[in-house]
Design a protein around this ligand. Structure first.
Ligand code: ATP
Length: 380
C-alpha cells in the first residue's frame, strides 16, 4: 500500500500495462545434462515488489534465481534488467545481491566489519562506510552491537547481520534463497515481519525463494507457484488462495477439500456440479468453460464450510455426513466428516465463545454447507 495525499493507493504495478518491469524473464530455459530444470519461462517482476518463488524441492526455483544473479547461463531466452539484456554482465557487475540460506558470517571479523566488508571491497570511502554500516545496524535493530563477534550474538541477530551485509551496498534487487531456513519457527515468524518492514523502509525489490507456503503468503506482494520448471500461477497471495488455477495450486497452498465430478452449465457462469448420485448437485460460479459431462473438480476450503446438526435452509451447497474425528486446537476445531458418498471432508470452525469449543461429537450426523462463491471449479 502507498499513501498519496492521505489516500491509500494499492501497490499493484503488475496490473498497470504501462508499468515497466525491473526484471523480465523472456522464454528462459535451462537444462542440466538433458534434464529441463527451467523450461520456456516468462515472468515480469516490478520495482519494490516482494516477490516469492514458491514450489516443491527440485521445481527450479534456485536455478531461476542463479540465472538472475549470473551464476548460471540460460540455454535459451533472455533476462532483462530495466529493459536491457543482463547476459554480458558477470555476477559482480549486476546490481543485485544474493543472500543464501547458509549465510556464513566471517567469524573472526566484528559485526561492523562483516557489514562493511562489501563496501570496503568496492572502494567506498571510510566516512561513507562508517555511516552506511551504522545506518544498516539501525535498520536491523543492532545499534551498539557493532563491536561484537558473530559468536557473541544470537542466531536471529546473526541472520539480521547477514541481511544488513547484503543490503549495505544498496543493491537494486536482493535475492534471498531460503533466508530463514536456519531459524526456529517462532524466530522465523518474527523475522518475516521484520523483513517486510525493512523492505518497505528501503523500497528495495526483494525476490525470495521458499518452499514454505505460509512464509510466501505472509511476506510476498505476489507469489509465483512453480512445478517442474514452469510457472503454474503468478498472483497475489489472496488470488492464489481464493482463485487457484489448478488442483496443484489449490492443494499446495493451504488445506482444501477436493470433490471429483461433472459440471453442467446453467445461466451465465453458474454451474451445477454432480459429485455423487447420493447428493443433490452442488453449485459454483466459474469463468471456466467446462464441457457437459467432462470430469472436473470442485474445491472448497475447510474454513468456508459451515457444520450444522440440521440441513441449513436454502443452503446452495449441502452435503450430509457423519463426524469421524474432531481435533480441538483451542482457537479452531477441525471436524473430519465422512459424507454419505464415502468421501472424507474437513471443516474448520472458529471457537469464538468458550462454551462453543466442542459443538458436536464423534459419530454424530451433520450437514456441511457453504456458499456458492466458496466453490472453486477446476479442470485439472
Ligand atoms: P530446492 O528447494 O530443493 O532447493 P529448487 O526448486 O530450488 O529445489 P533447483 O535447485 O533449481 O530446485 O533444481 C532444479 C532441478 O535441476 C533439480 O532436479 C536439480 O537436481 C537440477 N539441478 C540443479 N542444479 C544442477 C546442476 N548444477 N547440475 C545438474 N542438475 C542440477
Amino acid at each position: 500500500m502507498l499513501e498519496a495525499d492521505g489516500e491509500i493507493l494499492k501497490f499493484e504495478p503488475w496490473a498497470n500495462p504501462a508499468a515497466k518491469p525491473i526484471v523480465e524473464f523472456e522464454n528462459v530455459s535451462k537444462s542440466f545434462g538433458g534434464f529441463a530444470a527451467v523450461s520456456d519461462l516468462s515472468l515480469k517482476i516490478y520495482e519494490r515488489e516482494f516477490f516469492a518463488l514458491l514450489g516443491p524441492s527440485g521445481c527450479g526455483k534456485t536455478t531461476l534465481m542463479r540465472m538472475l544473479a549470473g551464476f548460471e547461463k540460460p540455454n535459451s531466452g533472455r533476462i532483462l534488467l530495466d529493459g536491457a539484456d543482463v547476459a554480458p554482465l558477470p555476477p559482480n557487475r549486476r546490481p543485485f545481491n544474493m543472500m543464501f540460506q547458509s549465510y556464513a558470517l566471517f567469524p573472526h571479523l566484528s559485526i561492523f566489519d562483516n557489514i562493511a566488508f562489501g563496501l570496503r571491497r568496492a572502494g567506498t570511502s571510510r566516512d561513507e562506510t562508517q555511516s552506511r554500516v551504522e545506518q544498516m545496524l539501525g535498520l536491523v535493530q543492532l545499534t551498539g552491537l557493532g563491536n561484537r563477534k558473530p559468536h557473541q550474538i544470537s542466531g536471529g541477530q546473526r541472520q539480521r547481520v547477514a541481511l544488513a551485509r547484503s543490503l549495505a551496498r544498496r543493491p537494486k534487487l536482493l535475492l534471498l534463497d531460503e533466508p530463514l531456513g536456519a531459524l526456529d519457527k517462532k524466530l522465523r515468524k518474527e523475522t518475516q515481519l521484520e523483513l517486510i518492514d525493512i523492505q518497505q523502509k528501503l523500497g528495495t525489490t526483494f525476490v525470495i525463494v521458499t518452499h514454505d507456503q505460509e512464509e510466501a503468503m505472509t511476506m510476498a506482494s505476489r507469489i509465483a507457484v512453480m512445478n517442474h520448471g514452469k510457472l503454474v500461477q503468478v498472483a497475489t497471495p489472496l488470488d492464489i488462495y481464493e482463485t487457484p488455477v489448478s488442483k496443484y495450486v489449490a492443494s499446495f497452498i493451504g488445506d482444501v477439500n477436493m470433490l471429483k465430478g461433472t459440471a453442467k452449465r446453467g445461466s451465465a457462469k453458474n454451474y451445477a456440479f454432480q459429485h455423487s448420485e447420493s447428493h443433490t448437485p452442488l453449485t459454483a460460479v466459474s469463468e471456466l468453460q467446462i464441457a457437459e459431462g467432462a470430469v472436473c473438480w470442485l474445491a472448497v476450503r475447510p474454513e468456508k464450510i459451515n457444520v450444522s446438526a440440521k440441513k441449513m435452509k436454502d443452503a446452495p451447497n449441502a452435503i450430509e455426513g457423519s463426524i469421524q474425528d474432531i481435533a480441538y486446537l483451542g482457537n479452531i476445531t477441525t471436524y473430519h466428516v465422512k459424507t454419505i458418498a464415502g468421501q472424507m471432508m474437513t471443516a474448520q470452525v472458529t471457537n469464538r465463545g468458550r462454551d462453543l469449543a466442542l459443538h458436536f461429537n464423534a459419530g454424530q450426523k451433520v450437514w456441511l454447507s457453504w456458499d456458492h462463491s466458496s466453490s472453486i471449479l477446476l479442470k485439472d
